[in-house]
Design a protein around this ligand. Structure first.
Ligand SMILES: Nc1ncnc2c1ncn2[C@@H]1O[C@H](COP(=O)(O)OP(=O)(O)OP(=O)(O)O)[C@@H](O)[C@H]1O
Length: 247
């Protein structure tokens, strides 16, 4: 049987008195396009940061393709890439230099890195800007370049925190197409978004968290069944679930 791409068991994170992630259990199959939704402050970014190994859980554990992040962090991190909501780029580097730098961190041989970087830059329409410094890039261009950096080592699990925020229509389409292509290749994609139409159209499985707890999970059809409305939009479902929690 294939390993799940991601298993979270009783994952918990506190900041002082505040519990940001509360006993979260998730099991995400390999090759799944998963959207994690929730209001501001629900605990989405904190969850992604723990999955990426950037923040240590207070309790519970993270397994990436069967590897426990606390026990074998290097093996657990190897197949994953994390695109934070505000990616860090180096302004004084040009796109190819940036991608070659990231490839170097993954010990990708130079020739392979160069070919891969070119392919990604062409795919995202940044190849024509290869002579320019990143500091002059618009937010959308920076976001696309950061995504190229996340993809340079061909990750099997891609975590994206609000990847479409601030992108224009064309750039958002490019990123969505790229993510769908990655899923077709067998990559698992987990993204957070406040753009519910994106989750509705792209995600096979949707998880909704509130106050750090998973309050619902399933396909759109399953979530519609859960609230007893076959014609509900994801926005209807999302608001209904939060009303339930608040009641
Ligand atoms: N470094 C930190 N120190 C203290 N509190 C934090 C820290 N990071 C997150 N929190 C708190 O944890 C809770 C969850 O925050 P998180 O950023 O995970 O939410 P989110 O669902 O990603 O929200 P948004 O949609 O606004 O990005 C919030 O109450 C937030 O204030």
């Amino acid at each position: 049987m294939n390993q799940p791409a991601l298993q979270l068991s009783n994952l918990t994170k506190r900041f002082g008195e505040r519990t940001a992630v509360d006993n979260l259990n998730l099991n995400i199959e390999a090759g799944c396009f998963y959207a994690l939704l929730g209001h501001n402050g629900a605990g989405k970014s904190t969850t992604l940061r723990m999955i990426a190994g950037l923040s240590r859980p207070d309790f519970g554990n993270v397994r990436i393709l069967g590897q426990d992040m606390a026990i074998h962090p290097e093996a657990a991190k190897q197949p994953l890439a994390f695109l934070p909501d505000e990616p860090l780029l180096y302004g004084k580097l040009r796109p190819l230099e940036y991608l070659e730098y990231v490839a170097g961190l993954w010990a990708i041989p130079a020739l392979q890195a160069e070919a891969r970087a070119r392919e990604l830059l062409e795919w995202t329409d940044l190849w024509k800007h290869r002579g320019e410094y990143c500091e002059g890039f618009s937010r959308g261009m920076q976001q696309k370049l950061a995504l190229c950096g996340a993809l340079i080592h061909e990750p099997k699990l891609l975590l994206l925190d609000e990847p479409l925020t601030g992108l224009d229509v064309a750039a958002a389409r490019q990123v969505k197409d790229l993510l769908q292509a990655k899923v077709r290749e067998g990559c698992t994609v987990i993204l957070t978004t406040h753009i519910l139409e994106v989750a509705e159209k792209l995600a096979e499985v949707i998880g909704v968290i509130a106050q750090g707890r998973l309050i619902a999970e399933g396909t759109l059809t399953e979530l519609r069944e859960r609230i007893g409305r076959g014609d509900a939009s994801l926005e209807d479902i999302f608001l209904h679930l939060h009303d339930e929690v608040a009641a």
